[in-house]
Design a protein around this ligand. Structure first.
Ligand code: UDP
Length: 252
């Protein structure tokens, strides 16, 4: 097979040139990183699970009318996506205090917030993705005020959808991160949900026990990450209830 042109390699995914102009192939690796890549490991089967879970969430979002970059899953580790211009922001939505917010404000993890809070980090690994206010985003031209209004509306729709889906399977959506891309149709620009939605970028707690089913299992050494993600996938019906870990070597 001819080698594909690699467009970009990140910490958890690789982007290759797609079969048609304006498309990319997004490949999910097994690599896990945390604390701005200070902690690194390879977690067998993580990429396969995240590919399936991201497909599940992106398809669900499209079904309720939220635009995304997702076109279709190609095989166990790859999906075809629309090429977008990524806005250099991590858009974070929080329903309960956790992680950096709990630390910053001295709140106990799990404290309910008065309403969903949307915040932004500037995507820059060298700077450790610093939290930035809207005024910086507009002043530095990363997005316009109109973009930000649209991004908040998109992020809150994703939050309602994800919270509901998770609640249905006994999981609390504490917080999550999404990335937003621009798609140009001639002079007309649309904002879409891009990148991935998976337990790598969400905090997911079992409603009954509070057990963590997300990347904090890796960040905080709480157990086997693949077991946690497999549990999420099984509950959502993305994997058959009795399936073992997906075998990463299988194609399709
Ligand atoms: N998050 C992410 N990528 C990042 C930073 C955060 O996906 O580079 C997600 C994280 O998994 C959590 C949410 O965004 O679901 C809020 O993360 P927080 O700001 O609390 O940072 P953390 O404590 O994870 O460093």
């Amino acid at each position: 097979m001819a080698r594909r042109k690699k467009i970009y390699e990140g910490k958890a995914k690789v982007l290759y040139e797609g079969p048609e102009p304006g498309t990319l192939v997004q490949y999910f690796k097994d690599d896990a990183t945390a604390f701005n890549a200070e902690k690194v490991d390879v977690i067998d089967g993580k990429g396969v699970l995240n590919n399936r879970l991201s497909e599940f969430f992106m398809t669900g979002l499209m079904n309720i009318g939220v635009p995304t970059h997702f076109i279709k899953r190609l095989n166990m580790r790859e999906q075809l996506v629309r090429q977008v211009e990524i806005i250099p922001l991590e858009v974070i939505v929080r329903n309960f205090a956790a992680g950096s917010m709990a630390k910053r404000l001295g709140l106990e993890e799990g404290t309910p917030l008065p309403r969903p809070i949307v915040e932004y980090s500037y995507k820059d690994d060298a700077l450790g993705d610093p939290l930035v206010p809207e005024e910086y985003i507009v002043a530095f031209g990363w997005a316009t005020q109109q973009d930000l209004d649209d991004i908040i509306a998109l992020a809150l729709r994703v939050n309602d959808f994800m919270s509901g889906v998770m609640h249905g399977v006994g999981i609390k959506l504490v917080d999550f991160k999404i990335e937003i891309g621009r798609i140009w149709d001639n002079d007309f620009m649309r904002l879409v949900v891009a990148d991935e939605i998976s337990p790598d970028s969400c905090r997911l707690w079992d409603v009954e026990t509070g057990k963590k089913l997300d990347k904090d299992v890796f960040r905080r050494d709480l157990g086997n990450l693949t077991d946690a993600y497999t549990e999420v996938a099984r509950r959502l019906g993305v994997l058959p209830a009795n399936s073992a870990h997906p075998k990463p070597t299988l194609i399709n």
